[in-house]
Design a binder for this molecule. Structure first.
Ligand code: NAP
Length: 350
């Protein structure tokens, strides 16, 4: 009986423009809007949505969403639950780090690296909040957040109870977790990470290897790996202060080995990475750039970034419709040229 038992204390605002809450700088009006700093406020906000039979949407950093021009007719709940607790485990070899869902992701990466804790360094500078990290199992440069998550503490809105969901129960996969199956059921309150005091760095990923070879660094430190990731990402991705964007708009392609072979016959220069003996991963940016000619295009006030065709950009004043029109053109062209269906990584909100 958590959700029916709330005191009315929090301010719920009406008719709030969502544009400034997203990194795309796009979005209509939220019928209701509130910011939650703790569990009581979250319960009140969700209780309000249940009582008024309105949908709710949990807003984190707004970095991986595209909000409809028509806005959201329910209540947008901005997750601002903060806090970070460090506990030594396994005779001090590892550290459990419990982090509030509303903490900024990169602030946590920075802080843990400064404390000499290994595990999150390759995931530096990914925009967004900690609460969003398990949902799509964020990953970059050969690391995935699933490898550091012990458990995720959630509110199950359907069963009306708090739950600790263990790593295996999360059913993590490539940019996937069970939270994706039922996006409005679980609200992440905090994430428990297990980080290593004397961990092993992973700098095998091509971009990182090249970076350290170029700088003549043979055995980089934890801090140098974080700095390298920051440098590479800054070079490849647009500055959020300059452009409206949600980063990679589409998921990279995972397809059958047979399809990979077929495409390699047609495009011998294409980059194809084996995932296992049945599947391959193809960088979608390569297809968009070399086959479809989509790198750096500009149509009206939208386009793709000059250094990375996977990244859609709002050059100022674009609407969600402008973005979806361009995205649809890209989907159609990739299918026409390769027979591959591509899917947005960015979540559509309406
Ligand atoms: P990239 O390095 O050009 O790689 C493009 C694609 O090729 C990715 O799917 C990548 O897999 C795959 N790949 C590269 N080397 C591989 C290898 N040795 N074996 C198997 N697959 C390989 O990617 P990018 O666009 O510049 O992005 C850099 C990193 O940031 C990538 O790791 C990308 O996944 C990550 N990223 C993550 C998110 C997110 O979590 N939402 C969003 C944008 C970018 P992986 O994806 O497994 O690396």
């Amino acid at each position: 009986m958590i959700l029916s038992n709330f005191a009315k204390k929090m301010k719920i605002q009406e008719n709030i423009s969502l544009k400034e809450f997203t990194t795309f700088k796009i979005g209509g009006i939220a019928r209701f809007f509130c910011t939650v700093l703790n569990e009581d406020e979250l319960i009140e906000a969700i209780g309000f949505s249940k009582k008024n039979k309105l949908p709710f949407f949990i807003l984190g950093g707004g970095s991986n969403i595209l909000i409809s021009d028509n806005g959201f007719s329910g209540i947008v709940i901005k997750m601002e639950m903060k806090g970070i607790e460090y506990t030594e485990v396994e005779n001090g070899k590892k550290v459990q780090v419990k982090v509030g869902a509303g903490e900024n992701w990169d602030d946590i990466v920075k802080e843990t690296v400064e404390k000499g804790l290994y595990g999150l360094e390759n995931l530096s500078l990914i925009p967004g909040t900690v609460g969003a990290s398990p949902v799509q199992n964020i990953g970059a440069y050969g690391s995935e957040v699933k490898d550091t998550i012990e458990s995720v503490y959630v509110l199950d809105v359907i069963k009306d109870e708090y739950k600790t969901i263990t790593n295996s129960e999360c059913r993590f996969d490539y940019r996937y977790s069970m939270f994706k199956e039922d996006p409005r059921r679980y609200v992440v309150l905090s994430v428990n990470f297990i980080l290593q005091k004397n961990g092993k760095l992973n700098y095998d990923y091509k971009d990182l290897k090249e970076h350290f070879a170029f700088k003549n660094i043979r055995e980089p430190s934890l801090k140098q790996v974080r700095d390298a990731v920051i440098e590479i990402r800054t070079r490849k991705l647009p500055n959020l202060k300059e452009y409206g964007t949600a980063g990679s708009f589409f998921k990279n392609v995972v397809t059958s080995t047979a399809k990979g072979k077929e495409l390699l016959t047609k495009y011998p220069d294409m980059i194809v990475h084996a995932v296992n003996d049945k599947k391959v991963k193809i960088p979608l940016a390569w297809i968009l750039d070399h086959i479809c000619g989509f790198r750096g295009v500009k149509i009206g006030n939208v386009g793709t970034y000059k250094n990375q065709a996977l990244v859609l950009v709002n050059y100022g004043g674009a609407t969600a419709t402008d973005i979806t029109n361009l995205a649809q053109k890209m989907v159609d062209k990739v299918y026409e040229e390769t027979g591959i269906e591509i899917f947005p990584e960015v979540e559509w909100v309406e």
